[in-house]
Ligand binder design. Sequence first.
Ligand code: SF4
Length: 552
Amino acid sequence: MAPSSTTSRPTARPRKARGEGQWALGHREPLNSNEQLKKDDNPLNVRARIENIYARNGFGSIDPQDLRGRFRWWGLYTQRKAGIDGGRTAILEPHELEDEHFMLRVRIDGGALDLAQLRTIGEISREFGRDSADITDRQNIQLHWIRIEDMPEIWRRLEAVGLQTTEACGDCPRVVLGSPVAGISAVEELDPTPAIDEILDRFIGDPQYANLPRKFKSSISWLADTPYQVNDISFLGVTHPQHGPGFDLWVGGGLSTNPRLAERLGVWVPLGEVAEVWEGVVGIFRDYGYRRLRTRARLKFLLADWGVAKFREVLEKEYLGRALIDGPSPDLPAKPIDHIGVHQQVDGRNYVGAAPVVGRSSGTQLSRLADIAEQHGSGRVRLTPYQKLLVLDVADDRVESLIEQMRAAGLEARPSSWRRGTMACTGIEYCKLAIVETKARGEELVARLEDRLKDFDADISIHINGCPNACARTQVADIGLKGQLVMNAQGEQVEGFQVHLGGGLGMAQGATAGFGRKVRGLKTTADELPAYVERLANNYVRGRTDGESFAD
Ligand code: SF4
């Protein structure tokens, strides 16, 4: 018999909202092991254990929760054991993948270094890090081969010259990107350095902001010379018709496996309020950010759900207690600015931007650079978010000599477009998440392209990444390479890349700011990468019409 329409079915119980682990909505109980670890003990507290226990008793004495969790808040990650191929990355246990050495990330907010700081990093690299030093695309320097026993002495030396590793990694506010030409640019109207300094002084190392849902990336610059669209928060210079120079606020950008460009909140922030507004946005992230799943724990997911209007309203009402001033959108250049070459400063002297290859440097090179800069009357160096560096304050008649000596030291101020446009992440040499080698592949690729395409008349950016995490910004390059295992012609699984084409951070009206297209089936083995890129570049040049960029 068919059930009558009045037959009652078991009533579905209303489901309790699962929540995403937002503290502000009362979800305070940790929902995963990362959240538990942070609740059990504020990760900043691990510094004392490192100095008092682990450095004295060695690697074997380290609590695994500290080793693979809280150490990151002090810039320390265990590094990958040599000889483990990318095919085993996903199947080995963390302890099987790691070496007993560490990667140490030194945060260099705004990329600004004086010569004493540069020399100190060079010395630490040579004495404790087997002469390793990579310039990252977030203006940090990463050292490798660091032993836990040496950390107290390393911190002592870094802190003596005003450097730190505090919150260089971990679920906290990471290094603040800044213009490498802040304070010296001939076109900058307002130097944001005081805002960066205030954020460092007031909030970095503050336990109140040391337990965020995940990492929080910031950028503060007058010029569009940082990748501001892919940060959690960015302040970008703009002049308000009534109020004058200040900053346009962008939030919710990020790459990795769910890329999203930041959005403007439509507000103008004066220099003196940047730190307060920054604190408000970090507060929203801490209190309303999603903590259930690590894959949804970045600010971009909250912004996607709330939308810009609600985000601004919560910021104004709950965190600032006042309305922000509506602001105009900034004028943006057609392409990101990388500052390579010789440029005049506002005071008539020059800055010289030079390129190592794919950010790879060494303690020896950094120390040599400090000597060269000093001999040419400069006391300051800046790192860029494109894995490059600048020497500031060089008089006209010292420029050519500086360029020659930097070249002899392996830093090229007149690089090929290939060397200039290529970046690579850490990759399998040291990174436990990597599937493929990146730095050596990048060096080989640049050498081959410089040899085969010497007079190539276009700029094509190439970003090489060892896995889907996109630390070298896979999706915003003309040619973005995501490391994965692929089949070679013999049907064997080998290191290779999925190719994203035509991404970029073009900015001016009519230019493209967008992600590269992940074309189905577009893959290359790592061995064939140089020939593959050469073919792509040649095809582009043959097929382009007037004014058509690679992204078009
Ligand atoms: Fe490591 Fe992957 Fe990031 Fe490269 S992209 S540094 S391999 S996590």
